[in-house]
Design a protein around this ligand. Structure first.
Ligand code: NCD
Length: 298
């Protein structure tokens, strides 16, 4: 049994298939009160709308009590060590801590120091965002029948994206052979060879005949050097997913985006709201995927 849910890398194919099955079962049969009498604390040190709300909805639908810690009013502002904060929540009897933090590895470190409380990674720096990967592959599985046969393009700021990393690991475990990342050189992942993905700097070439596009936001907040010098306008001219770009992909391509969207920068409204977009389906699947993650841990 898994005590924590920290990364896709720690999961086997069987684990991922179990999570997908469980999410689909919640969709078909509705919720079961499997978290009755359990406490879930949401501890988000970075902004979030979709992820935080869907973890809260998932937990409440399963019967849990949810604490949303207001970081700006918590003792973290008084300089309290993060380990003391989570140990305090554990001593109070919190069964789960759902946590997001800007620093890679911090959530794993804290999880290693808790014995009773289970920890769920809701995004750590540029490292991983495993619950997003589960909802993304759940969404792909609803539109494409065979992971072995599909081509997936991840477009935009791949270098700073934890979503891209977790998605790549999950897609590879499920047997996707053709994974492409498309970005200007400064936004391509530094470890693309290790990640075992094809890289493209030309959008039209990279999109050729793809079945799935995952579009990403430019994450200026994670650029270490001169984020203000990054020219969003010229990025947009070469990499924005417009209706015109869709014609390079397969005619039944699905367009995904984890949100938040910067409309007109990485994707136009006509694509985001158009017939190929499954962005709101991803949001809906987020609640199911997070219910499945809670079930996986109990
Ligand atoms: C992503 C994240 O926080 O990593 N958003 C999300 O969880 N839905 C992507 C982003 O912030 O651009």
């Amino acid at each position: 049994m898994h005590k924590n849910f920290l990364s896709i890398k720690q999961l086997t194919e069987k684990d991922i298939v179990t999570l997908l099955r469980s999410a689909k079962k919640f969709q078909e049969e509705g919720m079961r009160p499997i978290l009755q009498d359990k406490w879930v604390a949401n501890l988000f040190f970075e902004p979030s709308t979709r992820t935080r709300c869907s973890f809260e909805m998932a937990a409440k639908q399963l019967g849990a009590q949810v604490l949303n810690l207001d970081i700006s009013h918590s003792s973290a502002q008084k300089g309290e060590d993060l380990l003391d904060t989570v140990k305090t929540l554990e001593a109070m009897g919190c069964h789960f801590i759902v946590m997001r933090h800007s620093q890679e590895g911090v959530i794993q470190f804290l999880a290693d120091h808790l014995s009773m409380t289970k920890v769920v990674n809701a995004g750590d720096g540029k490292n991983e965002h495993p619950s997003q990967a589960i909802l993304d592959i759940l969404t792909i599985s609803q539109y494409k029948s065979d992971f072995n046969e599909i081509s997936v393009a991840i477009v935009g700021d791949v270098r700073h994206s934890r979503v891209a990393r977790s998605d790549i690991f999950a897609l590879q475990v499920l047997g996707v052979k053709d994974i492409r990342v498309i970005a200007p050189s400064m936004l391509l992942p530094e470890d693309s060879k290790v990640l075992n993905v094809k890289t493209f700097e030309n959008l039209e070439q990279g999109l050729k005949d793809v079945d799935v596009m995952i579009v990403l936001r430019v994450q200026k907040e994670r650029m270490q050097e001169h984020p203000d010098k990054f020219n969003l306008e010229s990025f947009s001219q070469s990499y924005c997913i417009t209706e015109n770009m869709l014609k390079y992909a397969k005619s039944d391509v699905i367009v995904m985006h984890p949100g938040p969207l910067n409309r007109g920068i990485e994707i136009t409204s006509s694509v985001a709201d158009g017939p190929h977009s499954v962005i709101l389906q991803q949001v809906a699947n987020g609640v199911l995927a997070r219910m499945a993650i809670f079930e996986f841990l109990i």
